[in-house]
Ligand binder design. Structure first.
Ligand code: SF4
Length: 378
């Protein structure tokens, strides 16, 4: 068996391993593994600028001043399966990441609130959402003692084309555990059940192998948005594609409330139509329904300098300022110092910017580099 000489190696970065440059550090998104790794910005630059050179050639570009560090970098990348070494140059590069699959969906995900009007029109809603390409659903129950209704609702989605269903429901007693099990049994595509108003906060697996889980939260999420249900970042191909091309929360989403109203966001009062009067296709044909398509993460202040921007859900309704492109208000991360509010040494973005008056010029180069990578789709 031949042993690869790391110095004479070329390296291959798989097309689903995405380099993301932040202001103070970078990450590699491993889309196929739903995982990510931190890398220093210096390594991002090497991977970005010298994809066709051997490690020895890369060392030479830096006058062999950083040879040990460069070698350590690459050994660590290979160990973490971020790059793969090759002892020959190849013109057969990994295929570029295909973004068409999620881009051709008109609606990618929807929230349906369980209520009389949505129950009466459920068959029609399922057909319409399927025709629009919707694959991911969240079912929301805000009423009390709705377990039997929820069960019937879930059964209606058997034999449909939806790929995943989440359910959010209010806790109403200890016998809830047996109902959680019956929910999972009634619908094979049910992945996450969020129980709010619970007597504890916990994350539990119903089926660890299939990543089916139920999350208990003491919070009362009524009138909060679905972000309250989320636990951490989302790393997936569709999240990445949505984040670079439109608003990753609202871009291709619709919500049908229990009154039959169609909205974009649970926090918004804006109603685009009524499912008992118009078809979903008619309702979403209004121009302002699509106004969030322009708000990609690369346009949002602060986020555009953050390494987490293609895995972090964006909120346009709760922003730090009136400016439509300002940072989401719930964020406690400062990407300029790579620290969360809970960490020692954290200061706010405003304070950091005031203390570093030349910061904006330093971001121009980074943003240009990001734009070039996205334009080349590599
Ligand atoms: S909301 Fe915060 S963590 Fe998320 S991308 Fe923006 S700055 Fe980063």
């Amino acid at each position: 068996m031949s042993v690869i000489d790391i110095n004479q190696s070329y390296f291959i970065l798989p097309s689903t391993n995405i380099l993301v440059r932040g202001y103070s550090r970078s990450i590699v998104l491993l889309l196929s593994e739903s995982n990510y790794h931190y890398i220093p910005n210096a390594l991002y630059e090497i991977l970005n600028l010298h994809p066709d050179r051997t490690i020895a050639e890369i060392k030479l570009i830096y006058d062999n001043k950083f040879s040990n560090i460069i070698e350590e970098y690459f050994i660590s990348l290979v160990k973490r399966r971020i790059v793969f070494p090759l002892n020959f140059s190849t013109e057969h590069k990994p295929q570029k990441f295909i973004i068409g699959h999620t881009c051709d969906k008109i609606i990618d995900n929807a929230i349906i609130e369980i209520g009389e009007k949505t129950i009466t029109n459920l068959k029609y809603l399922i057909n319409e959402l399927s025709e629009l390409g919707c694959e991911h659903l969240m079912l929301l129950s805000k009423g009390k003692n709705e377990k039997n209704k929820i069960y019937d609702f879930l059964v209606s989605f058997n034999n449909t084309a939806f790929r995943s269903i989440d359910l959010a429901v209010s806790w109403d007693g200890t016998e809830m555990n047996s109902f959680i099990e019956s929910f999972f049994l009634s619908q094979i595509r049910l992945f996450r059940v969020f129980i709010y108003n619970a007597n504890e906060n916990s994350v539990n697996f119903y089926d660890k192998f299939r990543l089916k889980q139920y999350i208990l939260s003491k919070d009362n999420i009524l009138n909060k948005c679905e972000l309250s249900f989320q636990t951490g970042f989302v790393i997936s191909k569709s999240m990445y594609v949505d984040s670079i091309s439109n608003n990753n929360c609202l871009g291709k989403k619709l919500i049908v409330t229990k009154d039959g109203n169609v909205k974009k966001c649970l926090l918004s009062n804006e109603v685009f139509g009524d499912i008992t009067k118009n078809t979903l296709s008619q309702i979403i044909s209004k121009e302002n329904f699509w106004c969030y398509m322009n708000y990609s993460k690369d346009e949002i202040d602060v986020c555009k300098d953050c390494e987490f921007r293609y895995m972090c859900i964006d909120c346009r309704f709760r922003r730090t300022t009136q400016d439509n492109f300002s940072q989401p208000v719930f964020c406690t991360y400062n990407p300029y110092i790579a620290k969360w509010q809970s960490e020692d040494g954290w200061i706010s973005v405003e304070q950091w910017r005031a203390e570093n008056p030349g910061w904006e010029e330093q971001t121009i180069e980074i943003r240009d580099m990001n734009k070039k990578r996205l334009a080349n789709n590599d």
